[in-house]
Ligand binder design. Structure first.
Ligand code: ZN
Length: 110
């Protein structure tokens, strides 16, 4: 998985975790150029960002919220990540969100 995005000038390069470590270690050791795959990269870069940061920023910009289970949901959507089963007063068992508050007569199904 090429999860790292390296920006050099106006070019973006996608690196794996291993390639990212190799790239940074090579800079530390004083390399002027670093050969990765079919590319020879310079050592002056603007940013080296993990894709998850970009995804998180994008989700926040879209007004999404991250629930306690680490999933992104639309602002007004209910989170069904940790659903529970309850029994309604009329005897109907159903699935509810983890943060659902029981009404009178409803009970938790174990
Ligand atoms: Zn959720």
């Amino acid at each position: 998985m090429k999860n790292w995005i390296l920006t050099i000038g106006i070019d973006k390069f996608y690196l794996t975790e291993k390639e990212k470590v190799f790239y940074l270690e090579s800079i530390d050791k004083g390399a002027k150029y670093i050969s990765i795959g079919d590319k020879i990269l310079g050592t002056t870069f603007q940013t080296l960002i993990n894709k998850s940061v970009i995804e998180e920023t994008k989700a926040l910009n879209e007004g999404k919220k991250q629930c306690e289970y680490g999933k992104w949901h639309d602002k007004n959507a209910s989170c069904f990540c940790g659903t529970r089963w309850i029994m309604s007063i009329d005897g109907v068992a159903r699935e509810v969100p983890h943060n659902y508050e029981l009404s009178e007569g409803e009970k938790e199904l174990k």
